[in-house]
Design a protein around this ligand. Structure first.
Ligand SMILES: *Cc1c(COP(=O)(O)O)cnc(C)c1O
Length: 360
């Protein structure tokens, strides 16, 4: 069925094309390109009606299952303008593979990965003028799948939409890469083993908002989650994975089912290891981190994710006490990882792992 999935192009008339935002007014996920990719799935026909068309409103029945039971998954990746003004994607196959893992867990249909990567390349090429030229800017790509069958029974939907929308985004840090203040939550948890913490599904993010608002009131930008059983071991931060450099060793929690397996996380592990850094995936207790910090052995803390790539942490807020890390400065390894990853992502650097895919 997938082999003969044909993609139609519905042209947007020239006078309907949107004005592109100014390079210094990009923000994150507020502007969208003119086109999207959309296809539909039904139990009888599989994936069908694939098209690149205007990014506009859907008409969905108020009973559509996604609104009631949250059967929705998504991905996030970026395309960069880099060497010789070419456009590059970073590890796109891994994103669609992860999306298929999410689909299986949420009883949703799998997508034809390779085909979708090729369709994405065509979509980006069509919208190439939307990929910003400003330093640190890129185009953020949001593949999404939702359940659209209009029925109130709790069961897997028999119909789905899969779509890809794109948003030009500015440099994540408007005034350079300033270390953030992070709230360590000892009260609310994000995910349990056996649950859906390792799946990019909508409900995880809805469930995190309440704690995020508490964190904001304390001047923190993100929440660091601890494990759901003992409220002791570090899991991840917001939509990033987390790393600690203690006594020269780079530590990150293992993927045991409650943490999202980030593609940036994996890239950082491979890159740092290739430089001879001792990278260890193991459980890390919050007390161990704070003790190491008190003894001057905690050298760096940073988050990893597609949005910011590397996001240094300058302060941890735990049980009403603030702990400054590395004097609130960006660490050496954090900077090096950021610079090298960006340079690989933009095609300027050797790419031994074949992570980068050139568009058009
Ligand atoms: C998307 C996401 C990450 C980071 O994944 P990347 O592939 O590196 O962007 C980490 N944690 C959560 C909860 C996420 O949703």
């Amino acid at each position: 069925m997938w082999e003969d999935l044909e993609v139609a192009l519905e042209k947007v008339p020239g006078d309907k094309l949107k004005k592109k935002p100014l390079p210094d007014k990009l923000g994150f996920g507020v502007h969208f390109t003119d086109y999207m990719f959309l296809m539909q799935w039904s139990r009888e026909d599989g994936w069908h009606d694939a098209k690149i068309c205007a990014k506009e409103e859907f008409r969905l029945d108020p009973a559509a299952m996604v609104f009631h039971y949250g059967q929705a998954i998504f991905e996030g990746l970026k395309a960069y303008r880099g060497k010789d003004d070419q456009l590059f994607l970073f590890r796109p196959k891994d994103n669609f593979e992860r999306m298929n893992n999410s689909a299986v867990r949420m009883c949703m249909p799998r997508i034809p990965q390779e085909k979708i990567v090729n369709i994405l390349k065509s979509l980006i090429y069509l919208e190439r003028e939307w990929v910003p030229r400003a330093e640190g800017a890129s185009i953020y790509i949001r593949p999404t799948m939702i359940a659209v069958e209009p029925t109130l029974g709790v069961k897997p939907s028999s119909r789905y939409y899969f779509y890809i929308i794109m948003s030009p985004v500015g440099a994540y840090y408007a005034e350079g890469c300033n270390p953030t203040k992070i709230y360590v939550s000892d009260q609310y948890v994000r995910a349990v083993k056996g649950g859906v913490g390792n799946v990019k599904t909508a409900g995880n993010y809805a469930a995190s908002l309440y704690m995020s608002e508490i964190a904001k009131k304390e001047g923190c930008t993100q929440v660091l989650w601890l494990d759901a059983c003992e409220h002791k071991y570090i899991e991840e931060v917001g939509t990033s994975n987390i790393f600690f450099k203690i006594d020269g060793q780079l530590l990150t929690p293992p993927l045991e089912g409650s943490i999202l397996g980030g593609i940036t996380r994996d890239s950082v592990i491979k890159l740092a290891s290739s430089w001879g850094v001792d990278v260890v995936e193991r459980r890390i207790a919050i007390d161990e981190v704070l003790k190491a910090n008190g003894e001057g052995r905690l050298q760096e803390v940073f988050g990893t994710g597609t949005a910011a790539v590397i996001s240094p942490v300058g302060e941890l807020f735990f049980k009403d006490i603030s702990y400054r890390i590395n004097d609130g400065r960006t660490g050496e390894l954090s900077s090096r990882l950021y610079t090298e990853l960006q340079s690989i992502q933009k095609g300027f650097q050797d790419d031994p792992c074949k992570w980068v895919v050139r568009v058009g």
